[in-house]
Write a protein that binds this ligand. Structure first.
Ligand SMILES: NC(=O)CC[C@H](N)C(=O)O
Length: 248
């Protein structure tokens, strides 16, 4: 089976391109029945309210919840993280439907507005470090959410020191958090669910994608027809530039 990428809105093409760089076919998923043809799913970044409206229009929520509950690997990036969270704050009036399953509370626009988007180097978590490469990765945050609290079964993979963020003084949510804690969570794993507040698909570093592929049982145990051609880290400089705006 192939890897599904929810293709309602947002950076689904970039995820499919990242999978392609690993020799894996990603297929666009827009309808509930298409979820029956994929063994894992990536929910991309974008704008979660819009994405939720489109998911509702296509009657995707029940099928997405079933997919998560069946234990199939799902990776949410940014808006995808918001989709997977059990609880979200900072939503537009009336809120928005969530898929849920990930035992955490997410603040939708934790770091501020679009112009407060930023990039930073973060340490590669131990489980992803097995993919090889340098000890840090470039994390791209675009009007990014952050995880405010997690349940006991959630493993924290990455957090960001709030002092590193320029917008720290202009965002009341950040100031409040800063008083109690100097770091905020930006990547987690809970069983079959992986979630990142940043966008690895916008960088040339494919380690998060190759780690996610290893969460797919038939890829991990070698029984899949999908064989990633590149399971070890390739330096972005040695790789041909695919397209703009992949970060080099
Ligand atoms: N880059 C992103 O996916 C941003 C998500 C955005 N904060 C939202 O609410 O949907």
């Amino acid at each position: 089976m192939v890897v599904g990428v929810l293709a309602l809105q947002g950076s689904f093409n970039e995820h499919i391109a990242a999978l392609k760089r690993l020799g894996v076919k990603g297929v666009e998923v827009r309808k509930p029945e298409q979820l029956l043809t994929v063994s894992s799913l990536i929910i991309p970044g974008g704008e979660s309210t819009t994405m939720a409206k489109l998911a509702e229009l296509h009657n995707l929520f029940p099928a997405l919840r079933d997919f998560v509950q069946m234990g199939k690997p799902v990776w949410g990036t940014c808006a995808g993280l918001i989709f997977l969270a059990n609880k979200a704050t900072g939503q537009k009036t009336g809120g928005q439907e969530l898929v849920g399953g990930l035992d955490c509370t997410v603040h939708r626009n934790f770091f501020g507005s679009q112009i407060q988007s930023f990039e930073t180097e973060l340490p590669v978590p131990q489980i992803v470090a097995k993919e090889g490469g340098p000890p840090s990765f470039r994390a791209v945050f675009i009007r990014a959410p952050a995880i405010l609290d997690v349940g006991p079964d959630v493993e924290v993979l990455a957090s960001i020191p709030l002092s590193a963020i320029e917008t720290i003084n202009s965002n009341p949510a950040i100031q409040k958090e800063e008083e109690s804690e100097k770091k905020v969570i930006v990547a987690v794993k809970q069983g079959n669910l992986l979630a990142t507040a940043f966008h690895p698909e916008l960088t040339a570093d494919t380690r998060w994608h190759s780690y996610f592929l290893k969460m797919v049982p038939e890829i991990a145990d070698g029984t899949s027809a999908i064989v990633p051609t590149s399971t070890t880290y390739q330096s972005p400089v040695e790789r041909p530039v695919i397209d703009f705006p992949i970060y080099q």
